[in-house]
Design a protein around this ligand. Structure first.
Ligand SMILES: [Zn+2]
Length: 423
């Protein structure tokens, strides 16, 4: 992959996941996809404990991942910038978690702009030897990690503060990493960025209640949005601060919590196991193909969604579907559920693009063609392949994409077997 400016980083490989166990002997190694395998312990049960959050926010070991319009601030495409509290204190007052959630909700005033700040978890893989003393809270010890939105927004004062911060960072060589995906970061940083981007994007899109349309308030350290029963802003209009009843306050509401949209992605084997079905969308560069993918619909199982998508897009009817691995995909809030599937009747292999015009082409490729592509034809979309790539051969996504992992597994003797699968 010599000609690529930013080679693929290694994939995450947490040791405890790959340790020997009864399940690993039966089902093989777990595939940990890029954007997964985060080093953070999210400590989700501490998100309402403001004494903990107050201690964490300006702890010397705390780090802040900064996103401007959802692009991470970086020193280079392989190094995310980790701000310390001193860097961001103009945007994040040390008192930000002083009040309890009940008080914050009771005193809610939608005219006051607050920073979009999310507690992501503590990094337990850091060690004291590397610098600052880590934070100890009860039995938990690590480096607290937050995400902060540094897009220019809010009132004029907040915009000016943000501009100053961005200018200072720019002078130090810290700039937004503008990219369709950000898969050149080291895997640990990629996983933290994925969490940060998904939460900040969701907070941005949910400033108003999806049920009653009134302004919402960030609670649970940035992981929930409440629709407070009162808003002091209303008194400025000589109205009662009381807001109309809203069901999000009285029932379990998925409008208050971030959502994850499940998507299937599948490598399909022919009846004889000697070919793989791949497709290309109109936006792909020449010779590029990938696995088929699509959203899971309401009231649909993963396996049913796989069979529906492959039939709709390629006219191929599948039999058995197995789930291989998954990949968080924070653009904006997907979970890619990776499957491998097989056709059981040669008559079902006939490709038809007549149902859904989504794909420009779908094609069966031999294992040999796929092996050659995995060797010499992979790169990020639109980036050049290896110098040994022969123009006209198949091109495939890089190993950081779950599509690549599924294709590898589908032709792997260890994963799908040899004699049994490829008759
Ligand atoms: Zn509401």
């Amino acid at each position: 992959m010599g000609s690529i400016s930013h080679p693929d980083p290694a994939l995450p490989a947490p040791a405890h996941i790959q340790a020997d166990s009864m399940l690993s002997r039966r089902f093989g190694r777990e595939t940990v996809n890029y954007f997964g395998g985060s080093p953070l312990n999210r400590l989700s049960f501490l998100r309402t404990e403001h004494a903990f959050l107050s201690a964490a926010v300006n702890h010397p070991s705390s780090r802040f991942i900064l996103l401007e319009n959802l692009s991470p601030l970086v020193q280079s495409p392989t190094a995310i910038f980790k701000a310390q509290y001193a860097d961001v204190q103009t945007l994040v007052p040390s008192t930000v978690f002083d009040k309890s959630e009940e008080e914050m909700i009771r005193e809610f005033d939608s005219r006051v702009t607050k920073p979009d700040l999310v507690f992501l978890g503590i990094d337990e893989t850091s060690d004291d030897a590397k610098g600052d003393d880590l934070m100890q809270w009860k039995i938990y010890k690590g480096r607290p990690c937050f995400a902060l939105d540094v897009s220019e927004k809010g009132n004029d004062e907040q915009k000016a503060k943000t501009r100053t911060l961005l200018d200072e960072l720019k002078a130090k060589g810290v700039t937004p990493y503008l990219s369709r995906t950000h898969m050149t970061l080291p895997p640990d940083e990629g996983a933290i960025f994925a969490q940060a981007r998904a939460y900040l994007d969701w907070n941005n899109r949910n400033k108003f209640c999806g049920t009653c349309s009134h302004p919402t308030l960030s609670v649970n350290a940035g992981t929930k949005r409440a629709c407070p029963p009162t808003d002091k802003a209303l008194t400025a209009e000589n109205k009662s601060s009381e807001k109309p009843a809203c069901s999000t306050r009285t029932t379990i509401s998925n409008l208050s919590f971030p959502r994850t949209d499940p998507t299937i992605i599948v490598a399909t084997l022919s009846v004889d196991g000697k070919r793989i079905l791949l497709g290309r969308s109109k936006r792909f560069p020449p010779y590029w193909y990938s696995t088929l993918a699509g959203f899971i619909e309401p009231g649909e199982s993963v396996e049913d969604a796989v069979r529906r998508e492959v039939w709709e897009e390629a006219g191929v009817t599948l039999s058995r579907v197995i789930i291989h691995s998954t990949q968080p995909w924070p653009y904006p809030a997907n979970l890619m559920i990776g499957a491998i599937a097989q056709v059981s009747d040669p008559a079902h292999e006939t490709i038809s693009l007549a149902h859904d015009p989504e794909l420009e082409d779908a094609k069966w490729f031999t294992v040999a063609e796929v092996e050659e592509a995995l060797k010499n034809g992979v790169s990020a979309l639109g980036e050049p392949a290896s110098k040994d790539y022969v123009e006209g051969n198949l091109r495939l996504p890089p190993s950081t994409a779950i599509a690549n992992q599924l294709i590898q597994a589908a032709i792997s003797k260890e994963y799908v077997g040899d004699k049994l699968a490829r008759m």
